[in-house]
Structures are given as C-alpha cells and as structure tokens.
Design a protein around this ligand. Sequence first.
Ligand code: TYM
Length: 333
Amino acid sequence: MTTRQRVLSGIQPSGKLTLGNYIGAMKNFVALQHEHDCFYMIVDLHAITVPQDPAALREQSEAVAALFVAAGLDPTQASIFMQSHVPAHAELGWLLTTMTYMGELERMTQFKDKSEGKEAVGAGLFVYPSLMAADILLYRSHLVPVGDDQKQHLELTRDLAGRFNHRYGETLVVPEPFIPKVGARIMSLDDASKKMSKSSPNAGSFITLLDTPDEIRKKISRAKTDLGRDVLFDVQNKPEVSNLMTIYAQCSGQTLEQIQATYEGQGYGAFKKDLAEVVVQALEPLQSKYKDIRASGEIHHILREGAERANTVAEVTLREVKEAMGFLPRGGH
Ligand code: TYM
C-alpha cells in the first residue's frame, strides 16, 4: 500500500493545451488522483507575466478547467481551482521573492527563453519561479507532476523550502518532482530539437487536445521524419521518429518495443497513418466530454468547491509561515 501524499501541479491558461501538456503532465494528474490528496490549478497569476487579453484569459481559463475534467480528473477526488481564487498564492509568492537571489532567477532557462530578444520584459516574468515555489509549498506538497521543462523550477522550489526551514525552523515540506519516464519531453513535429509548445508560430508543429481528426491527420502526415525508413527508437540518431513513437506509446498504452516490432520492415508511411488514428482515438472521448462540460456550465461550481478546499489548506500554511518569520499575528485575544 502506498501512503497518501499531497500532490500539487498547475497549467497555464495561455493558448490551447497540447499533446505535450497532456502526456507530460495531465496523464499523471489523473493517475495520481485516487491514491493521493491532489490539488490541480489553472495558474492565471502566472499567465499574466506576459500580456493577456482579458476576454481571451477568461475563455482560456474556463477551457483549461473543463479540459482537466474532460481528461479524467474527478472533482470529488481532486481539488480543481483557479490560482487567483486563493489569495495566499500571491502573498506567499511575495514572501518567497524576498528570499530568492537574483542570480538564481537569472539562471532559469524558461526566463531566458521567454525574455530573449524582447525589449520590455516584465518583472513578473523574472520572479515567476518564486510564485511557482509558493504554489507548491503552500500545500506542503510531496509530489509535483510536471514535464521535464519544469525540473529547474522544482530545484529552486526545493532550495527555497530548505532555506526557509534553515532560517525560521521546520515549516515547509521539500517536494519531489514526479516526471514520467517516457514522454517527459514531447518534441515539436517540425523540429525534434525543440519541445512541443503552444506558443510556436507554426501551428503544424503541435497537436492541441481540441484539434479535429482531420487536423490531427494532416499534422502527423506532415510531421518531419529522419532519413531512412526504419521505425526504430533511437533518440540520438532518429530523434523525429523516436518522438513520434513516444506519442504512439503514450496514446495507445503499447511499449516502444511492441511498436518497433509491429512496424518492422514497413517504413514510415504505415506507421504515421496508424499513429494519426491512435491519437484521434485517444482524444475522442476527451473531446466529447469537453463539449458536454462546457455546455453544462458545471465548471463554475467545480472551481468554487476546489477553491474552498484549497483555501482551507493554504491559509494554515501561510499563517504558520508568517508566524515563523516574525509577523505580528492579527490579534483577537
Ligand atoms: P505549462 O503551462 O507550460 O505546462 C504545463 C505542464 O505541461 C508540461 N509540458 C510538457 N511536457 C512534455 N512535453 C512537452 N512538450 C510539454 N510542454 C509542457 C509542463 O512541464 C508542465 O508540467 N510553470 C508551469 C506552471 C506552474 C506549475 C506550478 C507547475 C505554475 N505553478 C506549480 C507545477 C507546480 C508552466 O508554465 O507549465
């Protein structure tokens, strides 16, 4: 029997969610929900570290919340909520910002990528990782299911938890990343040296969870493949095909060896044709559930209940953190 642990993770409501978000993170959100005490949020406070159109932010927030449920999260098992509905995130974010070193933030590759070549870079983008640390530490989370690209932020979170406990006494839990063995980094369909990302200017480079079957077929048929014709998993020498095989494995439940055996001697054409159908079939139930949830309007109720449960836990941690740091309690007696 596994012991019940606290789990927290978050996804940004910017743009549409991709197959990378699903395979790298959401599949594990779902897998962990029955055995652990799970909190999953839509990180709208993080989204505004780059400019957002208010109407689009509202729509995307609701869409991502509905996708959480459509992907298999059960709101009676896991708490699903908006980050901005729990004020403790912004407050602990500030407290931790004061304990984060500039050098630590300057080293973050996500900051470097997102600020590169930009003239005006918001300060929020720079201190983004301190807010992310607050997200995780507020729930005293043991496990944080994320894709490979969030590893560095998790390391900083662990350092901040340790720093806090060292300065002010044992208060916070040092969390562990929970990263899938296969699929932690789904790559772009047009370039296997870049991760699949919804912010890519080429819409053919990523598959979103709401793409139509025809869009999916078209994108996969145009996906770049390596020289040769053998369907072999070899990340060094066949990065493009290995990425497609990873997607196949994650969407079908088959192992890489099984896939390799099935397509031996068949070439890329047959493999890509089947891959498209595997992805279409994996997303079909999610897409039909998504439509039902959006039509029902039940997402508002789910988010309200999730925020209530999240606030209850977060307020206790925040109070203890402030007490440990020497803030005067609000009195009363
Ligand atoms: P975000 O919104 O960019 O991505 C959400 C999750 O999807 C994973 N992911 C991928 N996994 C595999 N392959 C890909 N191509 C791929 N693209 C994205 C990400 O690793 C992530 O797990 N900073 C976070 C959001 C966040 C958060 C948190 C996460 C804010 N606070 C607290 C965990 C805990 C982010 O921008 O994720």
